[in-house]
Design a protein around this ligand. Structure first.
Ligand code: AHM
Ligand code: MG
Length: 318
């Protein structure tokens, strides 16, 4: 007679259970991801309860920091410290690599609150994370990430993570008792985009290839989906199972010669998730996952989403 397990699979798997039993993440990596998710619960609460205003300080790029940017950065730092698992981190809100526990085996790269200028308009915003083993993120490539995740603070708070290696990309929802529970597993990105999401659109005045790409999308009558928060815009692709998101440069004399987005903590984590979901991410010539990280503030063009469209836009803008 076979024995009945005393611990059957839960009807609603939570993040910790999923990391343990589905993704079979190493003990410490699982704890680190859960600790990051705990920080994001506080951020989610702060967004709902804190009045959005300027903190009166500037980040390393000279941009005004919002009170919520600073708060989110602090909340994440506290949980990374508490975990004891992190030797250093790179944050959009910090000018340099921040050293934490010298014995910590992981590095974390993050944008604490992406799209925070949209807070007053009550648009969706998000947090982005990439996790590396060891302390040498500069000189590494994003393919060396051992996990990537983001949290989207919209009408609902969602968390999407992957540990790569064919284990898939999975979506969780923050429920009323403060638990991230599985909403959809194995998010996938099909090869053909019906939706397009054109960031740094000002670049079409000087980047002919980008203009051609946008004209093509218009001619094909694709559907525009652009909110101004890459977390929301790329989540749209993962959620609908297709789409293409771009943020490319406008040439040497333009405001953003290499596009607006940062390689290490914005593009790298999303490239990891997109490839795992069956999509692609490139700067036009090199896969984002294979592009070396040279500096904390390195920017890169990004074309991400459905493979066929990523390829056709790349051939125009490369
Ligand atoms: P942020 O990290 O300062 O919020 O900037 C990044 C954001 C992305 O989320 C978004 O895709 C992009 O900036 C929008 O830029 P633009 O308004 O120029 O299209
Ligand atoms: Mg950002």
């Amino acid at each position: 007679m076979s024995k009945a397990s005393a611990c059957p699979a839960p009807t609603k798997p939570n993040l910790n259970w999923h990391l343990m039993h589905h993704s079979e993440a190493e003990h410490d990596l699982r704890h680190l991801i859960v600790d990051i998710s705990r920080a994001c619960k506080y951020i989610s609460y702060s967004i709902q309860t804190t009045e959005a205003g300027l903190a009166g300080t500037k980040n390393e790029f000279g941009e005004d920091q919002l009170a919520l940017d600073v708060l989110a950065d602090k909340e994440i730092r506290e949980f990374l410290c508490e975990s004891g698992l992190v030797c250093c981190y790179i944050s959009e809100e910090q000018p340099d690599i921040v050293e934490l526990n010298p014995d910590g085996e992981y590095s974390v790269v993050f944008d604490p609150l992406d799209g925070s200028s949209l807070v007053d308009a009550n648009f969706a915003i998000g947090s982005i994370f990439g996790i590396y083993k060891g302390g040498d993120v500069i000189g590494a490539t994003p393919r060396e990430q051992v996990a990537a995740l983001y949290v989207l603070y919209g009408p609902r708070t969602l968390l999407v993570y992957s540990v790569g290696d064919g284990k898939g990309v999975h979506e969780f929802i923050l429920n009323d008792v403060g638990e991230f529970v599985l909403l959809r597993d194995y998010l996938g990105i099909g090869d053909v985009a019906k939706n397009y999401s054109p960031g740094n659109l000002r670049a079409i005045t000087t980047n002919d290839g980008y203009k051609k790409a946008v004209d093509t999308w218009l001619g094909e009558e694709k559907t525009l989906r652009y909110s101004g928060c890459m977390v929301a815009d790329i989540h749209h692709i993962l959620s609908k199972g297709q789409g293409v998101f771009t943020n490319v440069g406008g040439g040497a004399d333009s405001k953003y010669p290499d596009g607006k987005l940062r390689h290490v903590f914005e593009c790298g984590p999303f490239a990891f998730l997109a490839e795992e979901a069956g999509g692609a991410a490139t700067d036009g010539t090199t896969a984002i996952l294979d592009k070396k990280i040279t500096a904390v503030d390195q920017r890169t063009p990004l074309i991400i989403g459905s493979k066929n469209d990523v390829e056709s836009v790349s051939s125009l803008v490369a």
